[in-house]
Write a protein that binds this ligand. Structure first.
Ligand SMILES: C[S@@+](CC[C@H](N)C(=O)[O-])C[C@H]1O[C@@H](n2cnc3c(N)ncnc32)[C@H](O)[C@@H]1O
Length: 322
């Protein structure tokens, strides 16, 4: 009887960075242990291209941003198979689970990236979804500000109207655009999908930095602790908050009466960033402390600061009904 081959499931977490534990901005040479040129891949999906680039260019450091956990796991599996140990401590790849927009705003300060790769960004073809498209003029300006002199960005799309829409975003971004039509040549999952569906031509948009655009680094806000005199979990009512810049939406409250700890779950929206946040209300002798719960993985945005304030106000108000 032949033994069933078991797929190796070993994943080294070494290339994975928890953005919450990084200084902002990040000192990338100290992360990699060298000052090799830095390249970024946005939306690396299952990581085929990132692994290929890292293997082919051991003297370039790569940072990838992706939002889906499953795709990050697949990428970590691929990186662990790269000969030369791309998952090892001397690796030239790091991956983060993060939207590239807050990443560029908070984690990078000034021109530090040599090149940006972005293969098949979602085209959001419906007009009503256009607000989700990534390559707006504002984002191109942000990318430009983080690129070094003569740096560039390569965007590839299967979707002709999306290529035309990106072209319209370029004026005012400090980039010059060179467009070409290419065959399937990147070897990624999404490229294979379109190629297997019969698509032979893809739209490659090469942006070269011609003029520097300054978009200042965003500082993370110091998040406050509040102290309130009274708190009644049964009387807790928290209205949603929105001022056009940030929105805070109450989801639920869990209370442990034995330990006298409440966890308030809120959704916080800042620009494109949606964060699930837990705010703790903890009994301390005669008072209650209101602060961000430990382990919340987040960017300390104005929305988070507002969420803590909203919970504090609702908690303080709950106590007045008892
Ligand atoms: C159509 S898939 C392409 C994936 C991969 N590049 C490929 O060619 O197979 C687009 C990927 O971009 C990621 N993505 C979209 N917007 C992003 C953003 N703002 N920041 C980081 N990743 C993003 C998505 O999660 C998704 O995995």
């Amino acid at each position: 009887m032949t033994q069933r081959q078991v797929k190796p499931f070993y994943i080294s977490l070494k290339p994975f960075l928890d953005h919450n534990s990084l200084p902002r901005p990040v000192n990338w040479p100290s992360v990699f242990g060298n000052d090799h040129p830095l390249e970024v891949e946005i939306g690396f999906g299952n990581g085929e291209y990132l692994a290929k680039l890292a293997e082919a260019n051991p003297n370039i450091n790569y940072v990838g941003f992706e939002e889906y956990c499953e795709r990050i796991s697949r990428t970590l599996r691929k990186l662990s198979r790269v000969p030369g140990g791309s998952a090892g401590s001397g690796s030239n790849v790091r991956v983060l689970r993060l939207d590239v927009r807050p990443a560029f705003n908070y984690l990078f300060d000034g021109p530090s990236i040599n090149f940006i790769h972005c293969l098949f960004p979602p085209p959001w073809p419906k007009k009503s979804d256009a607000k989700h498209r990534l390559m707006t003029t504002a984002f191109l300006r942000l990318a430009n500000s983080r690129l070094r002199e003569r740096g560039g960005m390569n965007i590839v799309t299967d979707h002709k109207p999306h290529a035309a829409w990106i072209r319209e975003q370029v004026p005012g971004s400090g980039f010059v655009l060179h467009e070409t039509i290419v065959p399937a040549c990147y070897g990624t999952k999404f490229e294979r999908k379109w190629a297997e569906g019969g698509q032979k031509e893809f739209y490659e948009l090469r942006l070269t930095k011609a003029q520097h655009i300054d978009v200042p680094h965003k500082e993370g806000l110091p998040l406050k602790h509040f102290t309130i005199d009274r708190f009644d979990p049964d009387g807790f009512v928290m209205p949603d908050f929105s001022d056009g810049e940030v929105a805070v939406v109450y989801k639920d409250l869990l209370y442990d009466p034995k330990r006298q700890i409440a966890l308030v779950h809120v959704l916080v929206h800042d620009e494109h960033l949606l964060q699930n946040v837990r705010v703790a209300i903890v009994k301390k002798q005669d008072t209650w402390s209101v602060h961000l719960a430990q382990g919340s993985m987040l960017m300390p945005t104005p929305g988070i600061a507002k969420a803590i304030e909203c919970v504090k106000a609702a908690a303080a108000n709950s106590g007045t009904h008892t």
